[in-house]
Design a protein around this ligand. Sequence first.
Ligand code: ADP
Ligand code: ZN
Length: 612
Amino acid sequence: MSVLPITTAPKPGSIAASLRDVFGYSEFRLHQQEIIEHIVGGGDAFVLMPTGGGKSLCYQLPALHMAGTAIIVSPLISLMKDQVDALCANGVSAACLNSSLSPEDAATVLADMRAGSLDLLYVAPERLMMASFLRQLHKVPISLFAIDEAHCVSQWGHDFRPEYVRLGELREAFPGIPLIALTATADDQTREDVRLRLHLTHAPVFIAGFDRPNISYTVQDKQQAPQQLERFVRTQAGESGIVYCLSRKRVSEVAARLSSAGIKAAAYHAGFPQAERVRVQDAFQRDEVHVVVATVAFGMGIDKPDVRFVVHYDMPKNIEGYYQETGRAGRDGLPAVALLLYGLQDAVTARMLIERGNNPEQVRIELHKLQAMIGLAEATSCRRRVLLGYFGEELVEDCGNCDVCLDPPELYDASIEAQKALSAVYRVEQRFGAGHVVDVLRGADNEKVRRWVHNELALFGIGADLSRDEWMSIFRQLIHHGYLRQDIAEYSALKLTPAASGVLKGDVQVRLTRFKKRAPAPKASPKSLRRGRTAAFVGAVEDEGLYERLRDLRNQIAAEQRVPAYVVFADRSLMDMAARRPETPDEFLECHGVGKAKLKRYADAFLGEIGA
Ligand code: ADP
Ligand code: ZN
């Protein structure tokens, strides 16, 4: 039997004191305190919290208050590294063990663990479950096990990882040591499966609400999407953002276009070599790249708190995906924008992708989910209500921070337009897609029109008063309201539904939302925060000049230390400093995100800049 090493002693003092002294935060977020107390008390837990909700603190803080080393399982090397950097910057003794370390560095980490000098150790699941490593763990005091991104253990989840399956053995191998599973995944089936597989069915489940009030959800009619996107990105003035596209080809095109417009953009998708993906990810973390244009492959490794906008250039297939991707914006709690560009073709493309599947039951479920996503995109009432409603949560009042609340759509009597549109579909014998039908309505002189002699139809050109984009928006809504359907088997040809006859006869009034040309671009730059309602989330930036100077200083320090900027200080901390203008170290310690370690390290530089 080996002698147990001296353990890391539990920190005296309350968890509230550590929250302040180590992390520099003044209060807990929803459920954090309950969870932390439960774990420090020796309990297991299952934590379901949206991205950005503050899951990490739920195991990091207990790790400081319990004897032994906390073992944190995390699937991605980049995530581990960022968290360890951030912890070390706060003066916490943390390290990671994964395949990126040299054998010498790995040996040092193991020696530190055996010496009992590590409060937290991040490991990859395959390393953790190696017999030799488990044997070592049995010889050292362990405070707790935390399994981050726990949904990876379930085959129902969207990122199943075979390496995760064996984690189920932990509960029995280490009886009595708290085991905490954390995830942001929402659906019931995955949730229950994870609890079962990790042997956590007895453990309490902590669910934090899914609302992300700082994210402003916005949907715009897609109109010349490339220009529309470029205009939007320009309004964001160099802030960090992600643009999601459905295909790799689209990713490359959009990234190239933004780059040639002078925007610091990069492309990212699973087809790039690993080294290139890591490069883009690092450059984004360090603010060298402002906009990453990506497929959904980009995300899980992104722990960047100051992403100010997420654009969906194409509509996602379901609300779960939309929620997860938009959730990467504004993790620091500051205002952020989620912009969806939504056009007629989006629903068709999504349906085609789904219907390619060969499991009929799966196809049925996915089409149902797609319908809910379309419902969100077409919503004429508060979008946040629709979104949260999907996850079974109810808002007491409209949110005031979505495009529908901020700029309510104008509903108008579109019966005449609807009649024109439906008649045109009928006259072209229900054999053409919306693009051609709109050409006929607008009297376009093109080859296809002439070939089918549609220029001789009585209604040729009767819709010339409206733009192409306006007509597309009308057709989209007519489909959504069930007067038309798109026959995907027949190149998306438009077909009348039985409901259309009431409209054609003039018995039914059709009310549609009026098309918004050049909808105002939502903006989430902290610089734009000064007064608007969003300023309610934080103190307004009074002194923009100072804020900018502090940002420069922070960026310079981060570059010297080769860490992401937010590891030094988050934007929110800088805003707080600019607002409070601390003059003494004690006042500096009051600022958001300033704990004792950062006080010691940065007080001189920042107080100097503030006093300058
Ligand atoms: P996730 O749940 O996505 O893992 P994180 O743990 O990364 O979220 O936390 C998101 C952000 O919120 C981080 O920048 C973190 O430092 C911050 N945060 C967490 N808890 C608090 C708190 N109590 N007060 C202020 N900021 C917090
Ligand atoms: Zn709203």
